[in-house]
Design a binder for this molecule. Structure first.
Ligand SMILES: NC(=[NH2+])NCCC[C@H](N)C(=O)O
Length: 488
């Protein structure tokens, strides 16, 4: 049985072929139901969210009108990694994204660490995003109807409420949608993506119709430093194209569609973002953008005199963030699924529901945990933690491309990063550069999170790892009959 490269212990590497064949095992197979359009929409769904609707103001405050260049720079930084994601997703079309790629290249311990890191990037961050959803819902209700939910049921205890009902509501609603089926989820997502693109388009058209060049001077008051510092924050707005790869296993034609969707969603969002940034500066000063919680609405209000714009943009933000929650929760369930299937987390959770073709049990467990987190915890610090965690995953995915080219040169690669290893190395360099721009306490929190993860591996994953059990001569999970009992 050729499941490992023969390396023992915590650095044992999964064989790519066995990773792929295991996806067809009884009760562990996800339904292959998602085509190119839906995959691309999943990318756009995960990408466009608070970043463009809110964080753009912070960026304009740091870089001035040159925030436009920060958007371009952040996109370029993502582009190299996107190519690497595209290569690995098309050649290892297995759920789990960076976690699975790392298992196939750098071994079990590093894979566990990145999986644990992705739980931070997806599971914890989605709770924060759901909290932001509640805030935007209130802004919408207020600007459209002049009503808002009382604080007691709209805020976490620390912010003066009892619990955050809207956040719990959105998480549970999406949990049920995800259990219901990947096709249904992808369809709902497509509608939401259309709405958010129309809202951004509305902004761009109005902004260009009222465009003036007065706000462009001085263009870069803080020089190059301002542009790069703003790019490190704006990076958040681009996170999400990686989420496409978490669900590779459900793609109908992974070889063709995954690279298309990963790169395509990044390109679409870059175009929208840069036009939005140019339009915003065309109608509002950086100070106006920085001074508002809803910078795009403020720009339309002050720069184009459209007072009802706030309601449209708040609605756009609510819908946008709903689809971010959908795709990121989806990604979290698929990463968890892969980790359970490999035995690093309880394997019985990786059961696929026969009727819906989704990992229903695990989705419910995760949905409830995330809802509890979203109800009670104020998570404003989370944005920076998410950035550092995501950048760390990017580094490992780029390394994964380089390593796999050496260890498995003959493996079929439907999509290949051009000029490897130059572009993956640039991807690593950009990611490390942006990480180094993040504050010290973010690093400390990140390291603490990883240490907790290593402890859990040591106490659970190391013993239960399916790979290790097979190495030690136990019956491989896929050869087990029901009478052998559940492999725990
Ligand atoms: N994996 C994640 N945590 N993604 C967060 C997505 C953030 C998204 N780009 C936004 O602007 O809202």
């Amino acid at each position: 049985m050729a499941t490992t490269s023969g390396r023992p212990g915590i650095f044992a590497v999964r064989d790519v072929r066995s990773l792929i064949t295991e996806t067809a095992e009884e009760g562990q197979g996800l339904k292959k139901a998602v085509g190119a359009t839906h995959l691309t929409a999943m990318g756009v769904g995960a990408i466009i969210g608070t970043g463009i609707f809110v964080v753009i103001g912070e960026g304009a405050g740091i870089a001035g009108p040159a925030v436009i260049l920060s958007f371009v720079l952040a996109a370029v930084a993502c582009a190299f990694s996107a190519l690497s994601y595209a290569e690995l997703a098309s050649s290892i079309p297995v759920a789990g994204s960076a976690y699975t790629y790392t298992y196939a290249t750098l071994g079990e311990l590093v894979a566990w660490i990145i999986g644990w890191d992705l739980i931070l990037e997806y599971g914890v961050s989605v709770a924060a995003i759901a909290v932001g959803w509640g805030g935007n819902l209130n802004a919408f209700l207020d600007s459209a109807f002049g009503v808002a939910l009382p604080d007691a049921i709209a805020k976490s205890p620390e912010d003066g409420g009892v619990f955050n009902l809207p956040a719990v509501f959105v998480v549970l609603a999406i949990t049920f949608l995800l259990i219901r089926g990947v096709t249904e989820s992808a369809r709902v997502n497509l509608v939401m993506v259309a709405v958010k693109l129309v809202v951004l388009l509305f902004f761009i058209v109005v902004a260009f119709a009222n465009f003036g060049t007065g706000n462009f001077q001085p263009f870069a008051p803080e020089g190059v430093d301002g542009v790069t510092a703003a790019a490190a924050v704006i990076f958040f707005a681009y996170i999400g194209f990686d989420a496409v790869s978490t669900g590779s296993e459900e793609a109908k034609q992974p070889a063709r569609d995954l690279p298309l969707a990963i790169i395509g969603s990044l390109v679409i969002c870059t175009i929208f973002y840069v036009l939005t940034a140019v339009g915003a500066i065309g109608i509002a000063s950086p100070e106006q953008l920085e001074g508002s919680d809803a910078p795009l609405a403020a720009a339309l209000d002050q720069g184009a005199g459209i007072s009802w714009a706030a309601a449209v943009l708040a609605l756009g933000a609510v819908v946008a963030i709903t689809s971010v929650v959908l795709v990121i929760m989806y990604g979290q369930t698929r990463i968890f699924f892969a980790m359970c299937r490999d035995g690093l987390l309880p394997q019985r959770l990786a059961q696929v529901n026969q009727r819906y073709g989704t990992p229903a049990r695990l989705t419910l467990v995760l949905g409830v945990l995330i809802a509890i987190l979203a109800a009670l915890v104020p998570l404003s610090e989370i944005v920076k933690l998410v950035n550092i965690g995501t950048l760390f995953a990017f580094v490992l995915v780029n390394i994964g491309v380089i390593v796999l080219r050496r260890t498995r040169p003959e493996m079929p690669r439907p999509y290949r990063v051009p000029w490897s290893p130059v572009l993956p190395i640039l991807g690593i360099a950009f990611a490390i550069y942006l990480m180094s721009d993040l504050p010290w306490d973010t690093w400390v929190r990140f390291v603490v999170w990883l240490v907790i993860g290593v402890l859990i591996y040591w106490l659970y994953g190391y013993k239960h790892s399916r790979l290790r059990r097979e190495q030690q001569g136990g019956t491989p999970g896929w050869a087990r009959t029901p009478e052998d009992g559940d492999p725990q």
